[in-house]
Design a protein around this ligand. Structure first.
Ligand SMILES: [Zn+2]
Length: 334
């Protein structure tokens, strides 16, 4: 009786004291449920098309990142899929009914919309129909990586789209799971470093026109770590950035690390990295021909660029850095 009473007394107090933790757990659960449902969807479409689920996941994730970049141009169509196809492409340019779902008339007007789930309708709000409409024509080229690259080129007519989907596929194939969105702070949390919000500051080092990034000051040789799961897209010398690395993640974000004193030995273009993995060391390289160093205090210049389909857009990495730093501090305290 006494124990029960204590539990009753404590329960509301617990709920009141940790509303943030409770909300976070709830969020995590539902995110995991979404990943589970998506994986099931991809597996079904894999059976229907013969394409490995990792390719299907990569295509879907690419479409999702495009929708995130242009939400107004790409309203959400399906429930679980990120695929977007506009009405005219779906129903056919000359179709008098742009909301047409009849398979035969869509085909007659040369629309691309297909019926994947077999209910007789090519529905632009149905996950299976949406995915099948993209995957079926791609699958017609075969199911090796080369075949799929050709199929993707035919569908998207955009080399960046093909490259992005290949990178995403590489990550899904390597880890064999969908939940690859954990992040880490680029410098080891225990080390001494300093950074502030310098977005648009002309006096920064390593950016392009105005300062596109955050300068994290730390001593020469401090390890620099990947902030995400990603694929090395660029590695080498750049006049302003010095020794720099560019990593692409599953959000189509390009993470740019500049002024390094060097790279870890095994680091290569096309290689997969994960959050917290050391990729190089803080230095002061840049502002001259390859090997130039010491023209400014050692620091890591960190930038994030978002792929918007045809162009890349820099955004302020400072809020993300603060967030990842706090998250890692919290993890270390546990
Ligand atoms: Zn900088």
């Amino acid at each position: 009786m006494f124990v029960v009473l204590i539990v009753i007394l404590l329960l509301p107090a617990y709920a009141y004291t940790f509303p943030y933790a409770a909300a976070e757990n709830k969020q995590q659960r539902s995110t995991e449920e979404i990943f589970e449902a998506r994986l099931e969807l991809y597996n079904n479409l894999s059976v229907m098309t013969g394409l490995p689920w990792q390719w299907i996941a990569a295509i879907d994730q690419y479409e999702r990142t495009m929708t995130k970049a242009k939400p107004k141009l790409r309203p959400k169509l399906g429930e679980l899929t990120g695929i977007y196809i506009d009405e005219h492409r779906w129903a056919g340019q000359l179709n008098p009914d742009p909301k047409d779902e009849e398979v035969f008339s869509i085909e007659f007007f040369q629309g691309i919309g297909l019926d994947g789930d077999g209910d007789g309708l090519a529905s632009r709000s149905n996950d299976v129909d949406l995915l099948y409409t993209v995957l079926f024509p791609v699958s017609q080229y075969g199911n090796t990586s080369e075949d799929i690259a050709i199929g993707l080129w035919e569908y998207y007519q955009n080399p960046r789209a093909v490259q992005r989907i290949q990178q995403f596929h590489q990550l899904y194939e390597h880890y064999d799971e969908l939940n690859l969105f954990k992040h880490a702070f680029p410098l080891p949390i225990g080390n001494t470093y300093a950074y502030k919000d310098t977005w648009g500051d002309r006096r920064g080092w390593g950016g392009r026109r105005i300062h596109e990034g955050t300068d994290l000051f730390a001593s020469h040789g401090t390890p620099v770590r990947s902030t995400c799961y990603g694929v090395i897209e660029i590695k080498g010398w750049n006049r302003y950035g010095g020794w720099r690395v560019g990593i692409r993640d599953l959000n189509s974000h390009y993470h740019y690390y500049a002024h390094l004193s060097g790279f870890t030995k095994e680091l290569a273009i096309g290689q997969i990295v994960e959050p917290g993995q050391v990729i190089g060391w803080v230095g002061s390289s840049g502002y001259g021909k390859p090997g130039t160093s010491g023209k400014f205090p050692p620091h890591l210049h960190y930038g994030i660029y978002s792929d918007r389909g045809l162009i890349e857009w820099a955004f302020d990495p400072y809020p993300s850095l603060k967030h990842w730093e706090n998250e890692e501090r919290r993890r270390l305290r546990k």
